[in-house]
Design a protein around this ligand. Structure first.
Ligand SMILES: C[S@@+](CC[C@H](N)C(=O)[O-])C[C@H]1O[C@@H](n2cnc3c(N)ncnc32)[C@H](O)[C@@H]1O
Length: 219
């Protein structure tokens, strides 16, 4: 049985039973293999843009007729006949993920569920979701090997988010890991402020403002 780390396991838990899944940027196809082995999905695409991981995915999935491995950029791994209803994009920066979604915007918008795990710039994802008629149905924050990750799950629907919700999410604020993440950001900001040249007034002001907002959220 494929063993997943805590982060990918949490992503897997958000996949609905019987979903037709595309895992974009699948690396070695670990997530689709786990989901097929556990019987949660019967059909999955493992999309990968880099040849090395694509070839390893081909090897890893030799015994899984349920998984199609495709060498393609982003959502171009998905074909119409696949009838995909769920897309996972995990382990990349939020800006890159938004660009991948935007590049096949109509296809992305037709999904029942998006499960997104950005490594940073989560607000980019939330903005993309609003603009493309998705609503966030769940979020999770977790720590693995010292790094903190957010998972954002969205389905078709409308939502409006405040500036604070865009940055901090809708469902995350109560957790200890949330507190840890944003305390770390305060330390980063303090470090940058301590080395910032005197004449960088605008940057200093923005960082001070960000710090004040984080302090307010942390209470
Ligand atoms: C850090 S790995 C994450 C792998 C896996 N999704 C996970 O969460 O553990 C990111 C993967 O995305 C792939 N990737 C980056 N840009 C991509 C794109 N535009 N289309 C498909 N795959 C992409 C990279 O080659 C790499 O294998």
């Amino acid at each position: 049985m494929m063993r997943l780390g805590k982060r990918l396991r949490a992503v897997a838990d958000f996949v609905s039973d019987g979903a037709r899944l595309a895992d974009i940027g699948s690396d070695h196809a670990k997530l689709p293999i786990f989901l097929v082995e556990t019987g949660k999905v019967k059909f999955a695409i493992a999309g990968e843009v880099v040849k090395g991981p694509y070839e390893i995915s081909l090897e890893n999935t030799q015994n899984f007729s349920e998984i199609k491995v495709r060498l393609a950029n982003g959502l171009y791994a998905i074909e119409e006949d696949d009838n995909i209803d769920t897309i996972v994009i995990a382990g990349m920066g939020g800006i890159l993920i938004s660009e991948i979604l935007e590049a096949r915007n109509q296809l992305a918008r037709s999904m029942k569920r998006l499960i997104i795990q950005p490594n940073n710039e989560e607000a980019e994802i939330r903005s993309w979701l609003i603009k493309n008629d998705f609503k966030i149905v769940a979020e999770e924050i977790l720590e693995e090997k010292g790094k903190i990750y957010e998972i954002i799950v969205a389905e078709t629907g409308e939502m409006q988010l405040s500036e604070l919700e865009l940055k901090f999410g809708l469902y995350l604020t109560a957790s200890e890991t949330f507190e840890k993440k944003w305390k770390r950001r305060i330390s980063e900001i303090d470090h940058v402020l301590s080395v910032l040249p005197e004449n960088k007034d605008e940057e200093r002001k923005n960082l001070e403002e960000e710090k004040a907002i984080i302090r307010e959220i942390l209470g």
